[in-house]
Design a protein around this ligand. Sequence first.
Ligand code: BGC
Length: 497
Amino acid sequence: MRIIVLFSLFALSVADDAGLNTRRFPPNFKFGAANAAPQIEGAWNLEGKGETIWDHFAHTYPERIVDRSTPDVACDSYHKYKEDVALVKKMGLDIYRLSIAWSRILPTGYTDQVNSLGVKYYKNLFKELKANHIEPLVTLYHWDLPQPLQDSLGGWLNETVADLFADYARLCFELFNDDVTSWITINEPKQVCLAGYGSGAFAPGIQSDGVGDYVCVKNVLLAHAKAYRIYDKEFRSRNKGKVSIVLDSTFWEPGSDSEADQEAAQRILQFDLGIYGHPIFIGDWPEVVKSRVAMRSRLEGYSQSRLPVLSAKEIELIKGTHDYIAINHYSTQMVNATVEAPIGRPSGGADRSVLVWNRPEWQKGSSDWFNVVPWGLRKLLNWLKNQYGDEEIIITENGYADTDATLEDDRRVGYYQGYLSSCLDAIYKDNVNLTAYVTWSIIDDWEWTGGYSSFLGMYRVDFNDPDRPRIKRKSADYFTNVVKNRCVVDKDQCTDS
Ligand code: BGC
């Protein structure tokens, strides 16, 4: 029955979403913008900050970053945070999503040395937000592991790191208890594990496809769960805050109505999203992930599955560690079933066994996978609701990546309009409990391996100018009007909800 309901959702056609939704967002719906410490702060080694795996990666392997750039200065938000807050204020946003750099607070990664200047920086930032009536939504880990934990422990391949993360989380809950009520433990564990410890495309660059990435998944989930439990037990009664983890997913649209292609789409959603969501929202790994990795591991000659077991105790620890669903989403891709790959070296791709493709008519953003497909967001929100129940959902990132830094960013305006309209469809047509939309991003930033050559800001940052001026793009005006009128079309065309 569940399967039939799910599949009928996928039957929503593009045509259903063709027109823009003119209704106003519900009165309590919140808007925000997001950023992350390693991408905007700069000051990579100033005032006591320790080295992170991304500092190390960019300095050691410049060829791995498209423009050979580093995050050393980035937007210099460490010195210019007041300017950033002023932009958030000017746009009328309710929420500013930011991240704390673990190594700015604990330069070694351990609690042996607390960097008071780092603490002061975030205290000042929170003070500034408070003075401007902006709610901070704070991520504890946005990919910037302290390098010493990679060097001495192997990073997320070592379960000890989950405990160290929990120590760091406790310290942050304690230090910023009066300043923050909305916490996110970890941003996009999929990127942390698949790219960091699977393909090796991201820092720390470990290539262990189909092995290390699964070990990482388990450790990251344990880290999240431990931090959540600490908050629940030691802090929640004090400030009644909320904690969750940010998951991310492309929407995977089946390439045909055939059962095999429908199943392929479900399979990749479970491998990419369910592998995190299922243990947290339901308990244990998704069955399809468990059985496929076990089956291929066995044929490959492994004595046990490459997907680590979750013990009954671990399942209990992880299950239920969420106060809402936080999701990042940028794009949609097509997916078909494919023939089982020959048994050979372990591979996450072979475990998934799908063929991914893009419709040629789709408008592209900065990369091949970045398709502009607004209805994909609506379908993803519905997928979450069907899988995990009628939970509160917050979009913690969505935005348009372009290779063109133009100020006349009509493509970005079109993207926001389409995707926000899709949010309205999800709210009003599908009864999805979506309560906030946080865009990525307010200013251009250091885009990891994309360096300073992929642009997502509603304000352009001139990275050649030592003062890093922020220059308004057209999309900033558009988004400001959306927030003001609570509607995605011109004010006189908005209809009341
Ligand atoms: C990450 C951000 C990144 C954004 C745009 C997300 O996956 O969380 O750090 O900048 O994508 O590329």
